[in-house]
Design a protein around this ligand. Structure first.
Ligand code: CA
Ligand code: CA
Ligand code: CA
Length: 273
């Protein structure tokens, strides 16, 4: 009986650990990809808090989070569906009407300004020294007055930056190659077909000089801004992340060979005398 109780307690502890880590992307191989199609075509009411900075999981998208980063609205924010025709500030599953191909995106307004991102944990068993990231930017709605940018950033998961505050936390590193920079402003804005290559931009960046040991984590986020005029609807699709490890330290085998070479050189010089 005591053993049974102990087993149950261990199971509870394990469950607690697993639910805590649920929102992370746990990297067990070198690559992670996401096509966002699981977002689907059904909206989710009250998906995000009206309180700026409060992080919630994005409905129907494993391991990605969203949060309000600004705006004067006092009611919770839905996870919305759009083909580019919606004008409201919020978080979106963008795609053709009833289309299976979805992309994750945002439109900012005075009411709602949104951000999204994820925490990546290294569980590859190897120290990660760099990450190659690429995705397709899809433009689903044009803007008036100004070209809009959704700003990308990354930060190590240590110190004051946590899974509970990372979408609005200070101390993030800019990575302009991953910014979503919208189309040029037009006089009268409207829907765009983000699945048309004419409305897509390939984005990529390499983040190097990292020392992400086994168990360490890193955060990535994209933060929208409420621009003058009507805002753009910008999204990401076909996301890919590849971790790599590099080392400037010579391999032990190379060092031994070097030792042998030096030793032979010394012998040759001794014999020549
Ligand atoms: Ca997609
Ligand atoms: Ca797409
Ligand atoms: Ca904007």
């Amino acid at each position: 009986m005591r053993l049974f109780v102990a087993s149950c307690l261990s199971l509870l502890a394990l469950c607690a650990l697993q639910s805590k880590g649920e929102a992370e992307i746990v990297l067990t191989t070198s690559t992670y990809t996401q096509n966002f199609d699981s977002l689907g075509i059904n909206a989710t009411a009250n998906a995000f808090s009206s309180t700026v900075g409060t992080i919630s999981p994005i409905p129907n998208l494993t391991s990605w989070d969203g949060a309000k980063v600004g705006g004067n609205g006092t009611t919770s924010v839905a996870m919305s569906i759009s083909d580019g025709n919606s004008t409201s500030g919020g978080m979106y599953s963008f795609g053709a009407a009833s289309g299976a191909d979805r992309a994750l995106g945002v439109i900012a307004s005075g009411t709602n300004i949104m951000g999204f991102g994820f925490q990546l944990r290294n569980n590859t068993g190897t120290t990660i020294t760099g990450l190659d990231i690429s995705f397709t930017q899809e433009n689903w709605r044009s803007s008036t007055t100004s070209q809009n940018t959704v700003t990308a950033g990354w930060a190590l998961g240590s110190g004051s930056i946590t899974s509970a505050n990372y979408i609005t936390a200070v101390g993030f590193n800019a990575v302009s190659g991953l910014n979503l920079v919208g189309p040029a402003a037009v006089a009268t804005n409207g829907a765009l077909n983000g699945n048309d290559v004419a409305n897509q931009v390939a984005r990529s960046a390499s983040i190097t000089g990292l020392t992400l040991a086994q168990g360490d984590s890193i955060f990535f986020r994209w933060v929208d801004a409420n621009d003058t005029g009507n805002d753009a609807g910008l999204a990401i699709d076909n996301f890919s992340l590849t971790a790599f490890s590099s080392s400037a330290v010579p391999e032990p085998a190379t060092l031994s060979l070097l030792g042998v070479a030096i030793g032979l050189g010394a012998v040759a010089r001794y014999r020549r005398k």
